[in-house]
Ligand binder design. Structure first.
Ligand code: PA5
Length: 439
């Protein structure tokens, strides 16, 4: 993919953008961060960087995916946060599928229950044909309340439907391995006595960095996506960082430098705006990655997920005329010539002759470019990332790119991008209120 950073610099014309000096200084800090990344990788402390090059586990992931998909009408993925958003992002690659047509023709419908909402959950269980539905319960810790609650509710529903004896063939679990001689985590304690097979969550890779492991690839395999190509795309992006070579020209280093400069220059908000429906979940995945990794010690910028062109009709006013406190990342894909073509006579009749003979994709391409140029003209720092197509390979590349940007920015800012101490407090309080019947 290509990344145009010149736009960030162009935006300085109005005096409101990021000074070149700030970006250059940040790039030096990011180079140091990349050195640390490479040495931690060599010491085996960053297994996440090795995952793209691994192929040994792909057969087991494919097999588990096929086990869930075979003969199933629906597959429900139970899990939350990092145990769900990566899978959702990859599953969106199949969103344009037409039932009965193309490579996704015989694939089941996939549902991600990452949020806990009694109405959504209850109604989905009512609607689904349970006999032909399969379930995957994904939790690294095996102790996340939401996932456990959902798993218990599903087990009870299967029991009521007379399907208890089939649980072992209807479920796949995914969790950290059990420590030798240690106590099973709660998810394993629930499902293993039913005979449910488990895939092992990589102990050294946290939830929000797990999209390229079985956590993200299992849902992708259910849909028959090319999971080797996802890893291959990621491998291309990570290569310069693990070879220990010069990374100054690597897009992920430059991207981290732009983000770092924006942070230090007081751009408190980072907006990700993808121009494709297949980047909608990606943006949500990135929001979690950025927020949970960098929001520490009073540092970090607020990530915002936007979708083009639809958000030109909702957020654009504030973006252009509101506070100048944002860095924009616009991601486009080749749209020109794609989608239905507009009939010239109809366009004429609607008084929109310009649309005649154009495709929907032609308009999307023009809108993306116009948005980028408008940001730049209005002194809003904007960078443009373009991928020729959104498929398994480019998705793998983009996922790895944004993970690297996040880690490098964290190292350069002096925060640990891998922990999340602040998410515990509300969890503990919620458990207390639940016991006290409050809320
Ligand atoms: O990124 C993270 O670490 C979190 O979002 C976790 O993925 C989330 O809390 C779910 O945790 P677990 O996989 O242990 O159920």
């Amino acid at each position: 993919f290509t990344q145009s950073i010149d736009l960030v610099r162009a935006a300085t014309i109005g005096g409101d953008g990021l000074p070149d000096t700030a970006i250059d200084a940040a790039l030096s800090a990011v180079e140091t961060a990349a050195g640390r990344l490479a040495s931690e990788h060599r010491a085996g402390a960053l297994p996440l960087l090795s995952v793209p090059g691994e192929t040994g586990d792909l057969a087991a992931i494919r097999e588990a995916g096929a086990r869930l998909a075979d003969g199933a009408s629906d597959v429900v993925i139970l899990g939350t946060g990092g145990s769900s958003l990566g899978g959702q992002t990859l599953a969106q690659l199949a969103d344009y599928a037409v039932p009965g047509l193309g490579r996704f023709a015989d694939k089941p419908r996939i549902h991600f229950l990452d949020n806990l909402d009694p109405l959504t959950f209850g109604s989905l269980l009512e609607r689904l044909p349970l006999e032909t539905t399969r379930f995957a319960a994904i939790s690294k810790s095996g102790g996340t309340g939401e996932t456990l609650l959902q798993t218990m509710a599903v087990l009870s529903a299967l029991d009521r439907a007379g399907l208890r004896s089939k649980v072992s063939t209807m479920f796949v679990g995914l969790s950290e391995p059990q420590v030798d001689g240690g106590k099973r985590n709660a998810l394993r304690a629930l499902l293993e006595p039913e005979g449910v097979p488990f895939l092992e969550h990589h102990t050294g890779i946290g939830g929000r960095y797990s999209v390229l492991t079985n956590v993200g690839l299992l849902p992708a395999a259910v849909l028959g996506l090319d999971i080797a190509a996802i890893r291959a795309g990621a491998a291309e992006v990570v290569a310069p960082f693990i070879s220990g070579g010069d990374v100054r020209e690597a897009p992920s280093a430059i991207g981290a430098a732009v983000n770092m400069a924006a942070t230090l220059e007081g751009r408190a908000i980072a907006v990700f705006m993808g121009y494709s429906d297949r980047l909608e979940r990606f943006a949500r995945w990135w929001v979690q990655l950025w927020a949970e990794s960098l929001g520490k010690d009073g540092k970090g910028t607020q990530p915002v997920a936007a979708l083009g062109p639809v958000d030109q009709h909702s957020q654009q006013q504030l973006y252009l005329a509101g506070p100048k406190d944002k860095l924009f990342t616009v991601v486009t894909t080749a749209a020109r010539g794609r989608g239905p073509k507009i009939d010239a006579a109809l366009a004429e009749r609607a008084g929109q002759a310009d649309f005649g003979g154009k495709t929907i994709g032609d308009l999307v391409a023009a809108q993306g470019l116009a948005m980028i140029d408008t940001f730049a003209r209005n002194g809003c720092p904007v960078r443009h990332i373009h991928v020729d197509r959104i498929d398994e390979r480019t998705m793998g590349a983009l996922l790895m790119h944004f993970m690297l940007e996040t880690i490098l920015t964290g190292f350069a800012l002096g925060v640990d991008p891998f922990d999340q101490p602040a998410v515990e407090e509300a969890k503990i309080l919620a458990k207390r209120y639940l016991a006290e019947g409050r809320g």
